[in-house]
Structures are given as C-alpha cells and as structure tokens.
Design a protein around this ligand. Structure first.
Ligand code: HEC
Length: 118
C-alpha cells in the first residue's frame, strides 16, 4: 500500500541516486576554467607561466607544430621517461588530456583570460 511514509522514502532514495549520479556526469565534460588554471600553474611550473619554456620546453603552437593533438595527448598522459615530464593519466581523464592538447595546439591558453574556456 502507498502511504506518505513510503512515498517520502522513494523521493529520498531518488534524491540520493540523482545526487550521486549527476555530478559525475557533469564532471565528464572538461571544466575549461579549472583546466586552464591547472595548465598555467601546474604545467607552467616547468613550462613557464606563459608556456614559453622553463625547465620544460615551450608549449606554444609553433613549438608543437610537428606533433598531432593525439601525440601531444600521449606525452601528457604518459610523460617522457627519463626526464622531469611526469605522466598525468592518474590526475586527468582522457577527455581532459585531449582538451588540453587541442588548446595547446591552438594557443588559446596564452591569448588572454577566458580564451580557453570553451
Ligand atoms: C616537473 C616538470 C614538468 C611538469 C610539471 C610538466 N612538464 Fe611537460 N615536460 C617537462 C620536460 C622536462 C619536458 C621535455 C621532455 C623531453 O626532454 O622530451 C616536457 C615535455 C612536454 C611536452 C612535449 C613537448 C615537445 O615539444 O616535445 C608536452 C606536450 C608537455 N610537456 C606538456 C605538459 C603539460 C600539458 C603539463 C601539465 C599537465 C606538463 N607538461 C607538466 C617537464 C614538465
């Protein structure tokens, strides 16, 4: 029999399920502004805050011309063995790595605030 108590339990259960499922789906879409900050700060700590190079080489479009988006993504995912370039696959999803690679290749990170947020 339906009564108010069981109806409330169902609503509560649904809210729990939705609360658990929805944020994960939202996160599957790369968060442009968070990733932009991450690239400029974390990657920037080696590649320079303006990605013009430091301990690691410059990551401007002209520096990455010879590499495809997939090749750049593979380097970011797996790092470069025997160098300071660490693998990022435990910290970034494949979608996030591809997003960063596309934006490195197109130079949007260094074209002013907000340029890479889409
Ligand atoms: C601890 C220092 C360090 C950090 C942090 C770092 N890198 Fe690197 N990265 C390097 C070094 C050193 C190399 C050069 C490796 C070599 O000699 O081939 C490199 C190489 C690369 C290359 C290849 C460039 C080329 O022209 O072959 C890409 C792309 C790259 N890094 C992207 C990134 C991204 C994106 C991040 C942040 C998610 C990042 N790196 C964070 C040190 C770092």
């Amino acid at each position: 029999m339906w009564n108010v108590m069981s109806f409330e339990k169902i609503i509560f259960g649904l809210a729990l399920i939705l609360g658990n499922v929805l944020p994960a789906q939202v996160l599957a879409e790369p968060d442009g502004s968070a990733l932009t900050n991450m690239v400029l700060q974390d990657c920037g700590s080696c590649h320079g805050m303006t990605l013009k190079g430091g301990l690691g080489p410059a990551l401007l479009p002209e520096n990455l011309e010879a590499l495809s988006v997939e090749a750049v993504a593979a380097i970011i995912r797996d790092g470069v063995g025997g160098t300071a370039m660490p693998p990022w696959k435990d910290l970034l999803s494949d979608e996030e790595v591809l997003w960063i690679s596309r934006h490195l290749k197109s130079g949007t990170f260094v074209q002013g605030p907000g340029a890479a947020e889409n």
